[in-house]
Design a protein around this ligand. Structure first.
Ligand code: SF4
Length: 484
């Protein structure tokens, strides 16, 4: 999978965000606001399905939440006391309408709308078996695999059928579903992807992140636990734990980059976690310099932590243009180069004659870092030292994060010195894996049972990569070539 077609193609990308509301007359409007707060988790498509007691009302489309859900007419058409919504990051250059979630299907027990954040690692295998047994697929999304598993289950109730379906899947997912009676939320048994419960008066909310609770004034209740199914209906919230117990392996990259800094995940403030990683980085890799400069916006909290710990001044030496969201013109590397210039500009007065420590969250292909280092030098910096608030990203993610193929990851091709040379920095250092765990308050990484999923740094994949090992998919999701 190649993540071209996006201005920020030199980052790992979260593929989706989910949101759900039960028990509010403006459920769709609240869902649109929630999705707006989750926009960083996917900018290529958005969808909402509401239920009004008689029928399900869908609206889906390519583009941002605001592109699809700003008009009064659209929101009014999405009638009902319950709704679920989804934002999606396209994993290929093209967004295909039939892949935009939430999906909806009519079952024996009634309608069910469904969307999820994550990736099933045995989707290809399951799909092949389902097709053999007569299932007809309309999309290339692995969410549809879950829909067909529900359809073919012999269990009675919607929750039993969903549980039956999820027992057959392997993968990392947070799923939100809406039946005629209930809003349902599920996290995979290892809890790799996030999902939280909130309340707004008597209204129940499910969301990928707490920042989307804040936007509608809802209170955070708790995280959905790994392997937990929550069923929210007229009688309140019911919890089931039907899966075999497994140790938690929450995605540590959510703290490093994916989540919004104003979110709280698993009881930890994302902002504080990032500052703490920056402090750890300063302790592990100090350097004689004049100023600490973040690569905005994602490098800001770690740079603050680095500056606090090192005692060096924190300066905004790079200014970000917030109005460059996506570029659609990047068929060549030269244009991608332009994309970086459009997004960032050096603040010359700050950088002139200074020895600069640049702090960023990760290096993926190295293209952005190369341009940024060059930009800072051209602005008059006498030395440029790069510090990265994650360990080297050596492996691809198979758990719902859009990543380049492994051979395109700079850290899988070069050691740290060669990477420094590649990006043109005077020095380069990454926080160590133990430093990352220390920053998360965990002590050293316990090799026999690490607290987080850190597979993109360590290669220790906690969920079997069935399709990938079978040679069926190189990375994830794309079971068929996506064509409009
Ligand atoms: S492989 Fe990396 S990005 Fe993917 S879930 Fe694990 S920690 Fe997160």
């Amino acid at each position: 999978m190649v993540t071209t077609g996006h201005a920020d193609s030199d980052h790992f990308h979260d593929e989706c965000g989910v949101f759900g509301v039960f028990g509010h007359p403006d459920a769709a409007a609240l869902t649109a606001l929630g999705l707006h707060a989750l926009q960083h988790r996917g900018q290529e498509a958005a969808g909402i399905v509401s239920y009004d007691g008689t029928q399900f009302n869908p609206q889906r489309g390519p583009g941002l939440v605001a592109d699809n859900f700003s008009s009064k007419e659209v929101i009014e058409r999405l009638r009902g006391h319950a709704a679920i919504g989804h934002v999606r990051y396209a994993t290929t250059g093209e967004v295909v309408t039939r892949n935009i979630q939430p999906f909806f299907a009519d079952f024996e027990f009634g309608g069910l709308a469904l969307c999820h954040n994550g990736n099933l690692t045995n989707a290809y295998q399951l799909r092949r078996n389902l097709v053999r047994r007569g299932s007809l697929f309309h999309s290339t999304s692995d969410t549809e695999v879950i829909v067909h598993l529900i359809a073919t289950s012999l269990k009675e109730t919607v929750v039993d059928r969903l549980t039956d379906a999820l027992r057959q899947v392997e993968g990392a997912y947070s799923l939100v579903a809406l039946s005629q009676e209930a809003l349902i939320g599920v996290r995979d048994p290892l809890g790799v992807r996030p999902l939280v419960i909130g309340k707004l008066g008597e209204t129940w909310i499910l969301s990928s992140e707490t920042c989307a609770l804040d936007i509608i004034g809802a209170e955070f209740v708790r995280d959905v636990e790994p392997g937990e199914i929550v069923i929210i209906g007229a009688g309140g919230l019911r919890s089931l734990k039907p899966f075999e117990h497994a140790s938690k392996r929450f995605c540590v990259f959510e703290y490093i980059y994916f989540a919004r800094p104003d979110s709280v995940m698993e009881g930890r403030s994302v902002y504080e976690a990032r500052k703490q990683i920056g402090r750890e980085l300063a302790r592990e890799s100090p350097v004689d310099a004049d100023i600490v400069v973040p690569v905005p916006d994602s490098g800001v909290p770690a740079a603050l932590g680095y500056a606090n710990e090192s005692g060096l001044p924190f300066e905004l030496g790079i200014i970000r243009n917030h109005y460059v969201g996506r570029t659609f013109i990047e068929p060549t590397d030269q244009i991608r180069h332009l994309g970086v210039r459009l997004k960032h500009n050096a603040n010359r007065s700050d950088l002139q004659g200074k020895r600069v420590i640049l702090v960023d969250d990760s290096i993926v292909r190295g293209t952005t870092s190369t341009k940024i280092v060059d930009m800072v030098r051209r602005a008059g910096a006498t030395e440029v030292h790069m510090r990265i608030s994650s360990p080297p990203t050596v492996h691809s993610c198979f758990y719902g994060i859009a990543t380049p193929e492994r051979d395109q990851l700079l850290a899988s091709r070069y050691d740290v010195d060669a990477m420094a040379k590649f990006i043109g920095a005077d020095s380069l250092a990454f926080v160590s894996i133990d430093g990352l765990y220390r920053a998360m308050g965990e002590g050293r990484r316990a090799a026999s049972g690490p607290r987080f999923c850190d597979a993109c740094f360590t290669g220790d994949y906690p969920i079997p990569l069935i399709d990938a090992e079978d040679g069926k998919v190189s990375v994830q999701l794309s079971l068929l070539a996506e064509t409009a």
